[in-house]
Design a protein around this ligand. Structure first.
Ligand code: FAD
Ligand code: EPU
Length: 283
């Protein structure tokens, strides 16, 4: 255990000091879970309070950061192969590079998402080109009630939502992959990358709000709605609504969580469509 400012572990670069428990196996994880806790992934969807959080913050390392892509011959089919276990603490970008080199498809639509595998699964991170649940065979989930292995069919997952309860920890997953070629996988990644060209390069936790659905069932763009409200470039302290894409809040350097909260409140006061937060606010 060490005390660290969570600003070190978040892409936004905001967050006060907390007790951080980095665990490398199930015994260490069980010990860390003996008191109230939160689970931290890549910190790429988090706005952590300037005072930090009182709970233990658990990070997955050791065996939870290992990758076994060896196909399991008992679980695959002619068209799909199933990998060995991949740890929930494995960074998604590096995993996708390995899959591309092997010519394994299904997860390439998530390219550009700076998550850990467990965090990407927990919120079913995705893009217009695919989402985390496209490439999952089964998951190991640890909670105070014990350890269980589930398949996607056991979960009520949907857009940006796995249906896994908060603080139930995705410790590892088996991937369900198609056999393709490195070139074909790369071509799909290039298309998904291209769709990101208009996103800001500053420190950020990604899109602030989920894209809402209209009463007619059509998916609307939260960014477009915030842009139409005239909020691009609006600034509180050192946080700003990105001029490049209005659904991103960026840290211009030295922003506080309070600055970000104020911008979220401003957006909600100016946009009449109800917007559901995509960020996770700690606490
Ligand atoms: P964290 O931010 O650390 O945590 C987020 C939530 O997941 C928390 O509630 C945490 O407790 C929980 N969690 C983390 N790890 C686990 C685990 N092992 N088990 C259970 N729960 C866990 N998102 C998209 O969907 N699509 C995008 O295109 C996209 N683009 C982005 C671009 C940028 C530049 C940035 C900074 C973010 C972007 N995001 C995007 C947002 C973010 O990457 C995703 O929400 C991602 O899934 C967060 O994963 P994480 O590991 O960083 O989780
Ligand atoms: N638009 C505007 N103004 C803006 C932003 C967007 O008019 O300020 C318009 C664009 O011109 C476009 C439409 O809105 O016509 C959609 O924009 P974009 O293509 O950028 O896609 P998005 O719906 O805003 C979604 C995801 C992103 C993902 C991209 C690319 C959500 C909330 N956002 O953005 O995911 O990277 O598609 O696939 O679903 C995230 O979830 O954190 C995230 C970054």
């Amino acid at each position: 255990m060490q005390r660290s400012p969570l600003s070190r572990f978040t892409t936004l670069g905001v967050g006060g000091e907390c007790e951080v428990w980095t665990v490398g196996d199930h015994a260490q994880l069980a010990e860390a879970m003996e008191a109230p806790y939160r689970i931290l992934g890549g910190g790429s969807n988090l706005v952590v309070a300037d005072e930090g959080v009182p709970e233990r913050v658990i990070r997955l390392g050791g065996e939870f950061a290992e990758t076994d892509l060896t196909p399991n011959p008992h679980l695959g089919t002619d068209e799909l192969l199933v990998s060995g276990w991949v740890g929930g603490g494995v960074p998604l970008p590096g995993l996708l590079r390995k899959l591309q080199r092997l010519g394994y498809s299904n997860l390439e639509g998530t390219v550009g998402i700076p998550a850990q595998l467990g965090g990407a699964i927990w919120m079913n991170a995705g893009t217009r080109f695919g989402e985390a649940f496209d490439g999952l065979h089964s998951l190991e989930i640890v909670s105070p009630q014990g350890t269980r292995v589930v398949t996607p069919a056991d979960l009520p997952w949907s857009y940006r939502d796995s249906g896994i309860p908060r603080n139930h920890i995705v410790t590892r997953a088996r991937l369900k992959l198609g056999c393709s070629t490195p070139e074909a996988v790369q071509a799909k990644m290039d298309a998904a990358d291209l769709a990101r060209k208009g996103q800001p390069k500053n420190r950020t936790p990604g899109c602030a709000f989920k894209n809402p659905t209209s009463p007619g069932g059509e998916r609307l763009g939260a960014g477009k709605l915030i842009d139409e409200a005239g909020l691009k470039g609006a600034r509180v302290g050192n946080a700003m609504i990105a001029p490049e894409h209005a659904n991103f809040i960026v840290n211009l350097g030295g922003a506080s969580a309070a600055d970000v909260h104020a911008l979220l409140a401003l957006i909600r006061s100016k946009v009449s469509t109800e917007l559901e937060l995509e960020y996770e606010l700690w606490p």
